[in-house]
Design a binder for this molecule. Structure first.
Ligand code: PRX
Length: 656
């Protein structure tokens, strides 16, 4: 991995524009005292202990942090419950009848749940889960569309002390199967289907396939689509969510007082091997990270209407649709479907109709909106907006400026938040009332977070340099381990630079200490803000009977950030046919999901390899991005790559 990264830190940005916080915004901001950084640096544990007071603890913690590298325990001996903090505590005061969730389905149907209504649903669901035999410590897999039943199920599980493993609805049956097995779930909650661009996402049909050969005893099915889904219930195994909920009492279910370090959820993410990692998050620390960043980075106030457009199937949805805003008593908007259904102004229509004040979305969406043109947002009144956020991939300054101009009308601060499934909450991001922003930079680590960019030897690089992004101290919402594979946890994050968390990203720090994230430095690619391991796609490809070998890379792409290019060698005697390209793409979709579909598949008789047999993906990236070939001296046969480059260019000469 190491030798592959050289040369990746070269593309440093030249960006001179800066934007200072508006004095009015600053005056009202939740975090408007610059001293917070210094105080948190002088006493990080004190800072986090203070933030933890914003949550309700059944029993106070005795020790803020126990750090036995690479294992951390936060808020030790504290007892806390996530659902109590996200819902029940708000039912007791003036937030009782405040909208918690404003939901809109893709077809245009709407539901509003106040905190009290949400609490009742969570209680009924908790009764139901108990009746189905779910106990403290169990894991339940959720494979649902963006409908209120998803947060309801998550919160009901948290309430009774069980953990969730949410699998994004875009993953295939096969991917779901692996995740169900790995988590050891005996219950799966799904829906008959979901709506996406007017089409039905076949969640139930995928689940039927996925649970075959697993330990699953029951499948709980939410009716979302109805007849059109064509879902069939399996007697004895499948249970209708609505029917069973209707039979449940509305009596409150007391929230289980959980150890601060009790498992809250597992969320799978891609790594550098073919097998996804089950990232483990526990309760107290995760909630403190999520809740604090809502108040600091998003400046959430009582009357805000906050909309994070991420799917709950990703970490952004866990932290910034569910646990962050709800523990902070916010009103969230949740939308089921696609941004271009029925037309390309759907997001702006939602912002206008509900008076959204805070909008959090991904650079890939912003670039798509840019491509569609400013007349879509211009047709709507976006005056309610006061803060904009981005996450998931590096944002190019041009997209940042477009977001600021056409969505924020030069009035709204932009918070570019760098973080990961593993970090649980934002790590490097502006505080909108304090930080002078620069388009394309996530600015600096948040109070209580400590980052450093280091070179190959693990030595900090001076300002102006670039290298590997590391975090130098534990933080409350950090992952605790990889489910079932603590050794992999240690190796992946802590071995390369002892005592430091290695993020897997490259970063440049400028003379003023601002961080510019350069993207992944490992074999993970980021397509439209979604992380996919190249090895995962390669394993899917070689699983096809025609394929001998494959190498997958991410090629720079104007809208998606990166696009998947696959270089494939076929088995002896297999003829090269265009039909095979279609088949192989479909094979990857079946194995992983549509998000992993290669944009292009290029057949070659040989892949460029080192003398020790390692595929040099760096050279493939050079080819796919039309660059001069980097160092080829370590290649077993330099002619292979020259030939490959020539043929590739021939094929794609018309591409810009
Ligand atoms: O490469 C970084 C990129 O997304 C990766 C984490 O992906 P995931 O765990 O799926 O979480 C995405 C949402 C938190 C990182 O390693 N990334 C995330 N945010 C940014 C980013 N790259 C640049 N700028 C960001 N703001």
């Amino acid at each position: 991995m190491a030798q592959e990264t050289t040369g990746q830190f070269d593309s440093l940005l030249e960006e001179g524009r800066r934007f200072a916080p508006d004095p009015g915004f600053r005056a009202r901001a939740n975090f408007n005292d610059e001293g917070v950084y210094a105080r948190a640096a002088a006493d990080p544990e004190g800072y986090w202990a203070e933030q933890a007071q914003e949550l309700s603890w059944f029993e106070p913690f005795q020790t803020v942090l126990k750090w036995d590298p690479p294992h951390a325990e936060w808020f030790v001996e504290g007892k806390i419950n996530a659902a109590y903090n996200a819902v029940d505590r708000h039912r007791k005061g003036p937030r009782r009848n405040k909208a918690a969730i404003i939901w809109e389905g893709e077809p245009g149907d709407q539901r509003v749940l106040t905190y009290d209504m949400l609490g009742r649903e969570v209680d009924k669901a908790a009764h139901m889960l108990r009746e189905l035999g779910v106990k403290k410590g169990d894991r339940v897999t959720l494979y649902l569309p963006m409908i209120p039943e998803l947060p309801i199920a998550m919160l009901a599980l948290a309430k009774i002390g069980a953990a969730h493993s949410v699998v994004f609805g875009g993953f295939s049956a096969k991917a779901l199967h692996e995740r169900i097995l790995d988590a050891g779930s005996t219950l799966v909650i799904t829906a008959d289907g979901g709506w996406r661009r007017g089409q039905v996402v076949p969640l139930k049909a995928n689940t039927d396939q996925a649970v075959e050969g697993t330990q699953v005893r029951h499948v709980l099915v939410v009716r979302r689509v109805g007849e059109a889904a064509g879902a069939r219930m399996v007697p004895g195994r499948d249970i209708d969510w609505q029917d069973m909920m209707a039979a449940m009492p509305t009596t409150p279910v007391p929230a289980e007082p959980m150890d601060s370090e009790a498992l809250l959820f597992i969320l799978y993410t891609s790594g550098t091997t073919g097998k996804p990692k089950g990232i483990v998050h526990t309760t107290g620390g995760y909630l403190v990270g999520a809740n604090t960043s809502l108040r600091s980075v998003f400046d959430l106030k009582e009357d805000d209407v906050y909309w994070c457009t991420a799917d709950i199937g990703w970490i952004t949805g866990h932290t910034y649709v569910v646990y962050g805003p709800l523990t902070a008593g916010g009103t969230i908007v949740m939308y089921e479907g696609a941004p271009d259904f029925p037309d390309r102004d759907r997001f702006w229509s939602i912002v206008e109709r509900y008076g959204v004040t805070i909008l959090y979305t991904a650079p890939t969406s912003i670039r798509t909106f840019m491509k569609w043109g400013p007349h879509y947002p211009a047709a709507h009144n976006l005056d309610s907006l006061r803060l904009l956020g981005t996450v998931g991939e590096p944002i190019n300054p041009e997209a940042w400026m477009w977001y600021r101009t056409h969505i924020g009308h030069d009035r709204c601060p932009i918070v570019d938040t760098w973080w990961q499934t593993e970090t649980g909450a934002a790590m490097i991001a502006p505080l909108p009332g304090l930080t002078v922003t620069k388009p394309g930079s996530a600015t600096r680590p948040l109070p209580g977070v400590f980052a450093e960019v280091v070179d190959e030897e693990g030595k900090p690089v001076p300002p102006g340099g670039a290298g590997y992004l590391t975090l130098t101290r534990p933080w409350p919402s950090m992952l605790r381990t990889i489910w079932g594979d603590d050794d992999r946890y240690r190796r992946t994050y802590w071995e390369r630079f002892p005592g430091r968390y290695m993020a897997g990203d490259g970063a440049h720090v400028d003379e003023e200490g601002y961080y510019w994230i350069l993207g992944r430095v490992d074999d993970v690619i980021n397509v439209s803000g979604h992380r996919i391991g190249t090895m995962e796609i390669e394993s899917a490809l070689v699983d096809h009977p025609a394929v001998a070998e494959s190498a997958v890379i991410g090629r720079a792409h104007e809208v998606k950030g990166q696009a998947i290019s696959a270089f494939v060698t076929l088995k002896e005697g297999v003829p090269i046919e265009e039909e095979l390209v279609v088949q192989l793409k479909q094979h990857v979709v079946d194995k992983i999901g549509a998000l992993a579909r290669p944009e292009e598949i290029f057949f070659t008789v040989e892949l460029p390899k080192t003398r020790s047999g390692k595929i040099m993906r760096r050279l493939l990236r050079d080819i796919a991005e039309g660059r001069a070939l980097g160092d080829t001296t370590t290649l077993a046969d330099p002619a292979v790559v020259e030939e490959l480059k020539r043929r590739y260019e021939e094929r794609y000469e018309e591409r810009e």
